[in-house]
Design a protein around this ligand. Structure first.
Ligand code: DQA
Length: 145
């Protein structure tokens, strides 16, 4: 199974940004956490992070025909981006949306997710573990397909 993990704006600042919300662990430690899980699960994982909406759209398009599944934390673009929603719909790659924080318990504007309309599932408020849930869900989903 080939998996692409996409993280949006400011996720590269984990460990620096709003630690009371996102914790003290860094983006690099997130990648290590995911690599570890994928190693155990025999999943071939690659990563993409960008602070730019169009770059994320390009990464999703590039995944077409090369990736079996996508885990995406679109960060702030979750709540604004029809372009990322459309890109996920365009490639039709099974995708799960992840949020480190519980977006439903924060500001009103974080309750809306365009991206969720193209995702099989949303995992929120579980920190790094949310990525694990998403990966295992996608592995099982592909196995059953
Ligand atoms: C986030 C939640 C978003 O609302 C926010 O803009 C982020 C991170 C999360 O992982 O909890 O940057 O996606």
């Amino acid at each position: 199974m080939k998996l692409l993990v996409i993280n949006g704006p400011n996720i590269n600042f984990l460990g620096i940004r709003e630690k009371e919300i996102y914790g003290t662990q860094t983006y690099d430690s997130l990648l290590e956490y995911i690599r570890n899980i994928c190693g155990k699960e025999n999943i071939d994982v690659s990563f993409f992070q960008s602070n730019h909406e169009g770059a994320i759209v390009d990464a999703i398009q590039d995944a077409y025909g090369k990736t079996d599944a996508i885990v995406i934390n679109p960060a702030a673009y979750t709540h604004t981006s029809v372009a990322i929603l459309d890109a996920l719909k365009a490639v039709s790659i099974p995708a799960v949306e992840v949020h480190l924080s519980d977006v439903s318990a924060r500001e009103e504007f974080r309750r809306l997710s365009y991206v969720s309309l193209a995702c099989l599932k949303t995992v929120k408020g579980k920190g790094f573990e949310g990525y694990r849930d998403a990966i295992l869900f996608l592995k099982e989903y592909l196995r059953e397909k």
